[in-house]
Design a protein. Structure first.
Length: 153
């Protein structure tokens, strides 16, 4: 049996999914017209649309507080932040280098691999290292003349 209320409920659910897009003006002309026609006959969906509008308005009025952007920027560039960031990077990179060194020594002293296999694997990693160094060098050179480094988003 077909229940007319179930198809209406499916239509309401379908239109409810489109209400946010309708409010943002992101729907195609056909979908927008479909929602508009449905809103003329469905008070529940009209109420839902008004709730979304009210929510959007309240969210637009909400602020992040009284702190302005300059104060936030100063807090992020604080000496403590810079020092802790530097220490964190030093420990991270240092730890990675130690682990990589142990891995290289274990790889080179392993007797389960032949000299040819070791040479091939070493060539791949040396190539990756050379690419990394060239990209790093290029970025450091460009950093001095980068027109956009001081642009704030």
């Amino acid at each position: 049996m077909n229940n007319p209320r179930s198809t209406g409920g499916q239509a309401e659910a379908h239109v409810n999914e489109l209400l946010s897009g309708y409010l943002d003006g992101e729907l195609t002309q056909q979908k927008s017209q479909q929602v508009r026609l449905h809103l003329e006959s469905c008070q529940l969906c009209t109420d839902n649309l008004e709730s979304l509008r009210a929510l959007r308005e309240r969210m637009g009025q909400a602020g992040l507080g009284d702190t302005n952007n300059d104060v936030w920027r100063e807090m992020m560039d604080d000496t403590t932040v810079k020092v802790s960031r530097g220490i964190g990077w030093f420990l991270f990179v240092g730890g990675l280098l130690i682990i990589a060194g142990i891995g290289v020594v274990a790889f080179l002293t392993s007797s389960s691999l032949g000299a040819g296999e070791k040479l091939l694997v070493s060539a791949v990693y040396i190539g990756l290292g050379a690419l990394f160094v060239s990209v790093l060098r290029q970025r450091l050179i460009e950093r001095k003349t980068d027109r956009y480094k001081d642009v704030e988003i």
